[in-house]
Structure formats: C-alpha cells, structure tokens
Design a binder for this molecule. Sequence first.
Ligand code: SF4
Length: 397
Amino acid sequence: MRGLYLHIPFCSKKCIYCDFYSLETTHLMNAFVQTLLQEIELRAPLLTDAQRHFDTVFFGGGTPSLLSVEQMEQILSTLQRHFSFEGGAEWTMECNPGTVTVESLAGYRAAGMNRLSFGVQSFFENDLAFLSRIHSKSEAVEAVEAARKAGFDNVNIDLMFALPNQTFERWQANLETAVRLETEHISAYSLIFEEGTPLNAMKLRGEVRQSDEDDDAQMYEWTMEFLANNSYTQYEVSNFARTGRECRHNCIYWQGDEYLAFGPSAHGYVGGERYWNARSLKRYTDMVAANMLPITNSEVLSEKERMFERAFLELRSKGIRLAEFQRDFGISLKTVMQPLFTKYEGENLLHIQKNRISLTPRGYVLCDAISADVITALEHHTGAAWAKGVEVALGED
Ligand code: SF4
C-alpha cells in the first residue's frame, strides 16, 4: 500500500501540549494553498507511474478543517490530476470540533473525503480548558452527529488519558461517551509532556504534576478491556477499530510502506529514502516559489535500519509478520528469538502464531520494554546497532 500525507499548518489556537508544526493564524491560508498546489506540481513529474498511485490520503496538521470547502476541492482536484488512486481509497481529514458544521462536512464529503478524525481529547469542560482546546463537550458531540448527517460512515475520535488531575471515573466516562457515539474508530493516547511545549514548561515550573504511572497503566488496561467488550479491536498501542475500520493510512507507516508527503514539516518515505520538508512556513514557501522541492533533509535507510524499524513498528501494531520479515531481511525471527519469545509467551505478553508474533493486552502495557528487548536481541544477532529513533509523520489519529 502507498499513502499520501498533506500537512495543513494552521490552528485557531495552539494547544498547550502540542508539538506539531502549526501557526495560530488563518490569514496566510489562501497563499499556503497555492504553494501546496505548486509543490504537488513540482513533485509529481519526478515520480514513476507506480510512485504516483495511492491507496490512502491523509490531511493532518494543524487543523485541516480550517480549509474552506473550495480550498479543499482545489487541493483534491490537483491531486486527482497528478496522481491515481485505488478504487475505494481512504481519504481522511483531521477536524477540530468547533470548526465544522453539517454544511462544511457535507462539502468535504462531496469533494471526496470519506473518513474524518476528530481531535476531541475529552468530554469534560475542565480538561478541555486545561488543554486549551477551542471546543466544548457539546460541540464535540455535535461534530460527530454532524458528520453522520453529512454522510460520513467512517469516523474516529481521539481521546487523551493520564491528564493531570483526571480521575479514573472521568476517563471511564469519556470512553463510555465515545462508545455511545458509535464511532468506527477510537484513538486513546496518554498525554505526553513534549519538550518545548507550554505544558512541559508548566511542569518544569512545578505548576502541573505528571500523573502517576501506575494510575496511567490502570486506565490503559481498563481501556483495552472496555473497548474489546464493545467490539473495538486493538490494532496498535493506542488505536482501536470496529471490524474493517482500521486507519489504513496509519497501517502504511507501521508496515514500513511508502508515503509521499506535502506541506511544511511533512515527512515522506519514497524509494527507500526518508525526507523532511522545511518546517517553517516561510522557508517552505520561499523554496517552492523558487521552483525547488522544499526538502531540507533526507536519508537513505540501510537494510539493517529498515529491519530494526520494521520490527519496532510492527510489534507495536498488529505484530511482526514473520514470513515477510524473513523474505525481506533473511532472518527467521522464530528461530533467532526463540528463548525470548518463549519467555514472553509464558508471561502472557506475546501471542506466537504461525506467521505473526503479536502483543497481548498485557504486552501492550509493557510495549516499550518488550520492543527494547527485541531490538537488543536483533542487534546482538546482526552485530549492528540501531542508532536512529523512529519518527513517523503522524497526526493524532
Ligand atoms: S493539538 Fe491539534 S488543534 Fe491543538 S495545536 Fe496541535 S495541531 Fe492544533
């Protein structure tokens, strides 16, 4: 599968925890859309026919729902002109409740979008105020209802746990509300104190305290059990979907497949090369205006780096596909890792199936430690160290 990511770098207001690149303004949006179209036109002729064909498209940000329907139509028609798309391709856009109406969502649907991802985070006003989200609880519920009226049958909501002062009961109530809304997909993330964010500065000044790790683990374990009991299948550490409703775009990242990326700060992975677009809108705009691709950095991954990355990302999601791993890297993981896998299976942390090694719910709780052990064992076997971390150009969904 191949994906296409577009980064829309504008938000009405910056959330205190967010380290995605976005500007708190909308007056540059018209000019930005023209630059984005130009970037697509610069890039498309440099690709092979196979590289111009996609299964998924994902608008992240930032807040793509700040784009008008006309702007979205313009972008989609430019994509259609330069690229080809699988029949039934997944077209997702991230939306902020508080920025959408039934009319605007119907317009996006008519333009070709078929999946929405709402950054809800919480259904409690005090959590939303703390996180500096622009929407209220009722706007979050209304946004999902508006999506249904606009004809969307594939909707995700993002929720956050491990917020300072969030009780277990409040988290339970959040998930219960989400399940009542019957969205096809729920992403449940723990709040991360990212360096450089206002939230982290508040922590360093002693104004907020990170929640207790044991409490977080308890919330997470309850989340997995509750969502499983409500017919949501977990297919990644933080992602749960009804049958057939997994986010196909995110699966592309986790399977090590290729994705093309447009917009400031976007990352792509094409032909074994990972590339980064200029992060600042000004630099991005200047480069495209000079008819240059706005790429500021790239790296070709070695076979061993691809192997480590594949093991790491697949283990965190649906599990490592053993035959594909052996085909691509010449290593039988079942043989090489047998003592480790057997130990973890005995501790109910891993399922060992014919062609897949995957985490159990208990394994998901200890995912970081298990991944580290698997990578260390791989390093030991191959004699190579995995120096680089994995950075994937994801939105919240
Ligand atoms: S979390 Fe989403 S809405 Fe908030 S600032 Fe970041 S990109 Fe914008």
